[in-house]
Write a protein that binds this ligand. Structure first.
Ligand code: NAP
Ligand code: F7E
Length: 326
């Protein structure tokens, strides 16, 4: 039975990955921070086989202890301050967790393995935000980075640390450069979930508007359940490498509004959407779209859910949740 340690198991991707690995027969350990984190109960309810280990990406000794308990063959480092908007307001914390946290996890593996880092396979959750003010379209593994937020800068640091430990210590370390991926488990602060929940509440008569920022930005949105499959595949190859994971299709926030409102029978949403500078970013990433040809060719990875199916899935889920909450 293979053993895996997942950091960020309480997040969107952590839950999907824990389910995937459990279904494959792994013994799954999940790193959870804090002394009484209420999300531990959610993880235990959704993925009953997961074994919880205490630890924090800002605390190296706790990461070494977590490895000693889990004794994993694979480590998936998904933990991060992941909300780009927050990263300007808490830039130092973002650098500490999202950037230096990667170094600490790699160091913990180096110490735990006594220097033979090839014994533990490592996945780093890198991001399309590293491309930021894009240098070419679509973005591929070799596209130069130009991050536009403290989050993006921290992810570039984590990405290069992953590459550096591979080249310096022979670590089996992969960086997955994942474009936006969403699901009914997406946090409410992200634009897709904010829109699908808002649309559900409007449809049910529980709200009369949604307040957003920039409606012109374009993102390449896929389904989180598909993307965790790519993470796992990266760690099953003969050699470690870095991969872009994306759908290859970009949509604007306006397209997202069209799809979500359209699904509940509202064709003209202009009266329901307000804009507020509070939700504008100091520096925006205007247009991201990835080319996942390498992942398709080498990992055999493909998406199973397209943009329209994703939005439908999220709106339907929020209609049910909001109707229940009343
Ligand atoms: P998420 O839902 O925001 O989850 C973040 C996770 O990190 C949570 O489990 C959180 O724990 C944990 N965490 C935060 N600070 C921590 C700390 N100091 N020590 C230990 N754990 C900590 O993120 P996600 O959407 O699942 O994304 C997973 C990873 O992929 C992140 O690294 C994100 O930056 C990256 N990524 C995401 C996307 C995307 O579109 N979703 C795209 C590219 C890359 P609590 O629950 O205790 O707060
Ligand atoms: O913003 C615009 C906003 O916060 C998307 C994270 O998972 O994916 C995610 O980062 C776009 C931006 O995601 C609102 O300005 C307009 O252009 O949903 P988001 P993100 O910033 O793309 C990447 C790949 C990650 O790695 C990150 O961890 O939507 N937007 N109005 C808004 N965004 C939000 N959140 N709220 C608004 O009201």
């Amino acid at each position: 039975m293979k053993r895996a340690l997942i950091t960020g198991i309480t997040g969107q991707d952590g839950l999907y990955l824990a389910e995937l690995l459990s279904a494959k027969g792994y013994r799954v350990f999940g790193l959870i921070r804090g002394q009484s984190n209420p999300k531990a109960a959610v993880v235990e309810r959704l993925v009953p086989n997961v074994e919880i280990v205490g630890g924090d990406l800002t605390d190296l000794p706790s990461l070494i202890s977590a490895l000693e308990v889990a004794q994993p063959e694979e480590v998936y480092n998904l933990a991060a301050v992941s909300f780009v908007g927050l990263s300007w307001r808490q830039a130092e914390l973002t650098g500490d967790v999202t950037g230096l946290g990667v170094l600490r996890m790699l160091e913990a593996i180096r110490i735990y393995t006594g220097g033979d880092m090839s014994k533990v396979r490592f996945y780093q959750a890198s991001s399309s935000e590293m491309f930021g003010k894009v240098r070419e379209t679509p973005q591929v593994e070799t596209t130069p980075f130009y991050p536009r937020s403290p989050y993006g800068v921290a992810k570039v640091y984590g990405h290069y640390m992953t590459v550096n430990y591979r080249e310096s210590y022979g670590a089996y370390a992969c960086s997955g450069i994942l474009f936006n991926h969403e699901s009914p488990r997406r946090g409410y602060e992200f634009v897709t979930r904010k829109v699908t929940r808002g649309v559900a509440r409007i449809k049910l008569g529980l709200a009369d508007s949604i307040t957003l920022g920039n409606l012109e930005a374009k993102r390449d949105w896929g389904f989180a359940g598909d993307y965790v499959e790519a993470m796992w595949r990266m760690l099953q190859q003969d050699e470690p490498d870095d991969y872009v994971v994306a759908t290859g299709v970009a949509h604007s926030i306006r397209d997202l509004l069209d799809a979500a409102f359209g699904h509940v029978g509202i064709d003209d949403w202009s009266g329901y959407v307000k804009q507020d500078p509070r939700f504008m970013r100091p520096a925006e990433v205007d247009h991201l779209v990835g080319d996942a040809s390498k992942a398709t060719k080498q990992l055999g990875w493909t998406q199973t859910v397209d943009f329209s199916q994703l939005v439908t899935m999220m709106v339907d889920n929020d209609l049910e949740l909001e109707a229940r909450a009343g």
